[in-house]
Write a protein that binds this ligand. Structure first.
Ligand SMILES: Cc1cc2nc3c(=O)[nH]c(=O)nc-3n(C[C@H](O)[C@H](O)[C@H](O)COP(=O)(O)OP(=O)(O)OC[C@H]3O[C@@H](n4cnc5c(N)ncnc54)[C@H](O)[C@@H]3O)c2cc1C
Length: 399
């Protein structure tokens, strides 16, 4: 039987995983518009480079929104499968204290990408970089390269064009127009796993921008997260804030100015802080030492309180557990670690093919889903790539 011709557009992790599953059973070619593949993957490597997470089963499924959308993919290819797959690539991993999965040192991000690319090359995958896809229909694509357009036919096509953040990597979301022209609903990109804008007083920014808030707790509504945040000129960044972004986004959409409550002393009960405040003498000059606060923490509480409340030790102690911070906006899409928005999930069949184009699939961050940082984004992309690869193989062999 003749091998099916599969075109994959985009050279990110979702695409590369699909290519690995499909070869050598099919002829696979990858078309990537940037000069090199995997540029956002390498950017991810500059930060924590969480390739996956240690969560499995229902706890893993719970990380993804909308609920249930990723279940079949993650059940078929979970975090343990990702680690096994990486091990087969020659990339050993370890689980960090936060449950995140990292490549074992001294493995560098480019080495992970290189190992994957070499594997795909050895299996016969053909890479076409600097090839931009500008259109498609039921069995062919339009590809632009060096100022010329060409039609490329396929048995199946898989789009993995990425979200809208970090456009310098190639994942610029410019593909949206190509799908909108075909009346495929695409939702506007919005920032996720991003910082928030908070209007700090000038003097506060001058002295404290760039300093970390360690061991804090943030709350919005019923959502509570512990961790760290970095005070920046514009507001806050960091692992305590990112998981709260969906709730902040929702509140902003309702035209509210979301209130974040900052607990500077999550390990202390309110009663224990009040007890410290009751021990006399206690004036505002004693606060730093008595409550073990640095100058930035003290300034944060001072900014939030009027003078009389600040000078009252009991009220000050209470405020330590809930410093109010008003969020004005999320950081711009371009800066975010990931985006929501993209192809509306209603446009997809359960196997990730497009309802209007059943031989064409869409996977990865170009779809409207969300997950927190901590390896869940790459895990989601790998799981979708694997799931669709297996699905295309089955569909192709049944024809
Ligand atoms: C700073 C940062 C840190 C991150 N850290 C982590 C982390 O530690 N852990 C984690 O799980 N995730 C992390 N992520 C997120 C993760 O990198 C992305 O979710 C993931 O890369 C998305 O993969 P993808 O395959 O869907 O698309 P992408 O990796 O975005 O790839 C899409 C590709 O498609 C190409 N393309 C687009 N349009 C066209 C077209 N018309 N024709 C041809 N090619 C096209 C683009 O050039 C791009 O190369 C991080 C992201 C950032 C920005």
């Amino acid at each position: 039987m003749e091998r099916k011709k599969i075109i994959i557009v985009g050279g990110g992790p979702a695409a590369l995983m699909a290519a690995d599953v499909l070869t050598p059973h099919c002829q696979v070619a990858i078309y990537e518009k940037a000069k090199t593949i995997g540029r956002k993957f390498l950017v991810a490597g500059k930060g924590g480079f969480n390739l996956s997470n240690s969560l499995t089963g229902p706890e893993l499924l719970q990380q993804y929104r909308p609920t249930g959308f990723m279940n079949a993919c993650l059940q078929a290819f979970d975090t343990e499968a990702t680690r096994d797959w990486l091990a087969q690539l020659g990339i050993p991993t370890y689980i960090g204290s936060s449950g995140r999965v990292f490549p074992t040192p001294p493995t560098k991000p480019y080495e992970v990408l290189k190992a994957l690319k070499n594997k795909l090359l050895s299996k016969g995958v053909v890479f076409h970089t600097q090839h931009l896809c500008t259109d498609f229909d039921q069995n062919k694509l339009v590809i632009e390269h060096q100022g010329k357009s060409a039609f490329i036919t396929f048995d199946y096509c898989i789009f993995a064009l990425g979200g809208g953040s970090w456009p310098v990597t190639g994942s610029d979301g410019n593909w949206v127009e190509m799908f909108a022209r075909k009346e495929i609903k695409v939702l506007p990109f919005e920032a996720s796993n991003c910082g928030v804008n908070i209007e700090w007083p000038d003097a506060f920014v001058q002295y404290h921008a760039g300093k970390p808030l360690k061991n804090i707790q943030l709350q919005i509504g019923n959502e509570v997260r512990r961790g760290e945040a970095l005070v920046t000129r514009y507001g806050l960044e960091g692992n305590a804030i990112y998981p709260l972004v969906p709730a902040v986004r929702q509140a902003l959409a309702q035209a509210a100015e979301p209130l974040l409550l900052l607990d500077l002393k999550p390990n202390n009960t309110l009663e224990s802080l009040l007890e410290k405040a009751r021990t006399k003498p206690c004036t505002s000059k004693d606060y730093a030492q008595r409550f073990n606060l640095d100058t930035m923490e003290l300034a944060l509480v001072k900014n939030a309180l009027d003078k009389f409340t600040f000078l009252d030790p009991l009220k000050f102690a209470r405020a330590l557990k809930q410093v109010p911070l008003y969020v004005h906006a999320l950081r711009p899409v371009q800066e975010a670690i990931s985006t929501v928005g993209g192809i509306d999930l209603q446009e997809l069949n359960a196997d990730f093919s497009l309802r209007k184009y059943p031989r064409v699939y869409a996977i990865g961050e170009m779809l409207d889903w969300d997950a927190p940082t901590g390896g869940f984004l790459l895990q989601g992309c790998f799981a979708m790539g694997s799931y669709v690869g297996v699905g295309v193989l089955k569909k192709g062999s049944a024809e």
